[in-house]
Design a protein around this ligand. Sequence first.
Ligand code: MTE
Length: 325
Amino acid sequence: MKRNSYKSVPIQSSEITPENIYMNRRLFMKAAGTAGLSTLLAACGVQPSDTSETPSVTEIPATGLEAGAATDELGDPLTSYKDVTNYNNFYEFTTSKTDVASLSKDFVSSPWTIEIGGLVNNPKTYGVDDLLTRFTQEERIYRLRCVEAWSMVIPWTGFELAALLDEVEPLASAKYVAFTSLLDPDQMPGQNSAFYPWPYTEGLRLDEAYHDLTILATGLYGKPMPAPNGAPIRLVVPWKYGFKSIKSIVKIGLTDTQPATLWNTISPREYGFYSNVNPEVNHPRWSQATERRIGETGRRETLMFNGYTEEVADLYAGMSLTSNY
Ligand code: MTE
């Protein structure tokens, strides 16, 4: 399986935490419908001009870090911890971005296991605590670009999905990786909506899953993953629209056919399986040429592959990015 030369710096799990020392040890990444239906599709459907998107204040304690205190490799400042943890898409709780934090404050994410199987030699079930010690945790500062045309810069902690895949040994017949989030309507009130085909599901091609940029994130800003961001573990695929980065994962399965995914099942014309960030392919209901960076005024141009072209373009060589949206 092809790997690229992406580099980041290992962090011992014992080092992960106190936010007051976070800035001292942070490490920079150098490599890099109908009206009714539209409302239900808002996860991925709020219009960029919607002023109700303004982040509100939180119940999650802020770290004390200032936005602007660190940058991504393009020189853009980190989004504040407060905004990262209080402006969320997490439909299992609610379709309101500014209410996820309060509705998820009692979410129980420990103990937690992830089952990984399907077309593998060595299926396994891991406790998340095992994953933290078994795989070296690294910091990755990535841009996150939502299909709704807002974006953030987030310092994740996690490890490459490739390391986990190597342990379970995919069979030669495996071509895709399917991900499933927790199904627990007692804890997640949004799952009482019958409109969505719960549980939330996502998928990647196997080579995308093996790419060095693809991580399973276990924390952000040096803290364990906050509930609104997908505690205790979620996927982060930074060159794709944010909805591909599935939260609160309980199951990973290797398959030989393209797996069904929640958004693609609901509205295939609007949410393709690939969903690579592409300023030249508009969403049927809005432009993808520009975005609103949370914490900034005005708009900025959206970058092809969210700025990760050098790292990922090879994955799609010879493929039409218009028909494979
Ligand atoms: N994962 C699950 N399980 N449920 C969701 O509703 N929303 C997605 C993605 N992962 C979602 C999810 C969308 S649309 C986005 S933009 C990102 O999570 C937002 O991640 P963040 O809240 O950490 O910024």
